[in-house]
Design a protein around this ligand. Structure first.
Ligand code: NAD
Length: 347
C-alpha cells in the first residue's frame, strides 16, 4: 500500500435530502473527479438521490451529491460501510489516473494497477452482495492494442479489435482486467453491468495544472499562459492523432447505456480525429494570440487513436452532438479564467 494517499476514516454529509425514500438512488464512485462530479449534477437534475464517494470533494465547485463521503475505496472496511444497500444504480468512475505525463512516464505503473484493481475488486463484490440493480463501469480507449494504432491516419479501435490484447500502458491492462471482472460478475451472478470505453473526455472543471491534466486541458493551459509572439512546447512530433469527447456528450452516452439493456463494452467517444499540432493551432486561434509550436520529446502514447461509433449508434442510438471546436471553445474559456485568476491571486 502506498503512503502517498491518506486514508480518511471519517465521513461528512454536505447535504442530506430527507425525502429520498421515493427517489431513484444512485451511488457515484469517483464523485469528486471530473466526470463523476458532472455526472452527479446530471443525475440530480434527473431527480435522483445521489451518494458520492471520493478521496476528495470536487476541486472547482461544490458537489451536487445529496451525501458526499470522503474516503478510500481501496479500503475494504470503508467500502463495506458505505456500499451498503441495494442502490438502483452504481457508477464506478474512481481510478488512479491522469494524462500522458502521469500514465506513460512509467513512474506510476504500480500505483495505477494496484490502486484501481483494488477499488474494482472491492466494489464489484459489494455490488453482488447487496444486489445493486445496475452497475456502470468506466473503461477506456487505452485498452486497444498498440498494433492497430501505428498509422496516425487510420487507427482501428472498434470494440471487437481489443484482442489479442496489447495495451500501451499498465493503465490499459488494468482497465481490461476490470472489464473482465465486471463481465464475469454479469455471467456468474446475473449482475446488470454496463461498460463504456471512454475516449479522451474533456470540458470545464477538470484537472488543468496538477500533473494529471490530459491533452485538451494541457494545451489550453499552455496557450492561456503564453504571451503574444511566444512559443509553446508540444510533446512528440505533433502528428499523432486523437479524438476528444465533450463532457455533455459523455454524460448522454453514459445515461443512454445505463437505460439500455446493453452490457457492452461500447465506445463512448468522438470520431472527429485531429493531429495534436492541428488541435493546438485550433486553440491558439481561439486565443487570438500569435503563438508558435515547438515539438519536443515527451510521453505521447500510440501514433493514432479515434473512436469507432457503429456499435454505440446501433445499440444506444448515440452519437456526440458537439464538434471539437464547440467543446474546446467552452473549455478554453474556463481554463483561461483559471489562469487569469491564478495570476491575479499571486500578485
Ligand atoms: P478523475 O481523475 O478526475 O476522477 C477519478 C476520481 O477517482 C478522482 O476524483 C480520485 O480522487 C478518485 N479516486 C482515485 N482513487 C480513489 C480511491 N482509492 N478512493 C476513492 N476515490 C478515488 O478522472 P475522470 O476523468 O473523471 O475519469 C473517470 C473515470 O473514467 C476513470 O475511471 C477513468 O479511468 C475513466 N476514463 C476517463 C477518461 C477521460 O478522458 N477523462 C478516458 C477514459 C477513461
Amino acid at each position: 500500500m502506498t503512503d502517498k494517499i491518506l486514508i480518511f476514516d471519517f465521513e461528512y454529509k454536505l447535504r442530506l435530502n430527507k425525502n429520498s425514500e421515493n427517489m431513484m438512488k444512485a451511488l457515484v464512485l469517483g464523485a469528486g473527479g471530473f466526470i463523476g462530479n458532472h455526472l452527479a449534477k446530471r443525475l440530480k437534475s434527473e431527480g435522483y438521490f445521489v451518494r458520492g464517494i471520493d478521496l476528495t470533494p470536487p476541486e472547482f465547485n461544490e458537489t451536487s451529491c445529496d451525501e458526499f463521503i470522503v474516503g478510500d475505496l481501496r479500503d475494504n472496511v470503508f467500502c463495506k460501510k458505505h456500499i451498503n444497500e441495494p442502490f438502483d444504480e452504481l457508477y464506478q468512475l474512481a481510478a488512479d489516473m491522469g494524462g500522458a505525463g502521469y500514465l506513460f512516464s512509467g513512474e506510476n505503473d504500480f500505483n495505477v494497477m494496484h490502486n484501481s484493481a483494488l477499488i474494482n475488486l472491492n466494489v464489484i463484490n459489494l455490488a453482488i452482495e447487496h444486489g445493486i440493480k445496475k452497475v456502470f463501469y468506466s473503461s477506456s480507449a487505452c485498452i486497444y492494442p498498440r498494433y492497430n494504432q501505428t498509422d496516425p491516419s487510420n487507427p482501428k479501435c472498434s470494440e471487437d479489435s481489443a484482442y489479442p490484447a496489447d495495451p500501451d500502458s499498465e493503465y490499459g491492462w488494468e482497465k481490461l482486467f476490470s472489464e473482465r471482472l465486471y463481465l464475469s460478475a454479469n455471467r456468474n451472478y446475473g449482475l446488470s453491468v454496463h461498460i463504456a470505453r471512454f475516449h479522451n473526455v474533456y470540458g470545464p472543471h477538470g484537472a488543468w495544472n496538477n500533473g494529471k491534466e490530459k491533452a485538451p486541458a494541457a494545451l489550453c493551459r499552455k496557450v492561456a499562459e503564453a504571451t503574444n509572439d511566444s512559443q509553446i512546447e508540444i510533446w512528440g512530433n505533433g502528428k499523432q492523432t486523437r479524438s476528444f469527447l465533450y463532457i455533455d456528450d459523455c454524460l448522454d452516452g453514459i445515461r443512454k447505456l445505463m437505460n439500455s439493456g446493453f452490457t457492452g463494452p461500447v465506445n463512448i467517444g468522438s470520431e472527429e480525429m485531429i493531429s495534436i499540432n492541428d488541435f493546438a493551432n485550433m486553440i491558439i486561434q481561439l486565443s487570438g494570440k500569435n503563438i508558435h509550436l515547438k515539438n519536443v520529446e515527451g510521453p505521447v502514447g500510440v501514433n493514432g487513436r479515434t473512436s469507432h461509433n457503429r456499435l454505440a449508434e446501433e445499440k444506444l442510438s448515440w452519437q456526440p452532438a458537439y464538434t471539437l471546436l464547440e467543446g474546446i471553445t467552452k473549455t478554453y474559456q474556463w481554463i483561461n479564467e483559471q489562469v487569469l485568476l491564478t495570476i491575479k491571486t499571486s500578485v
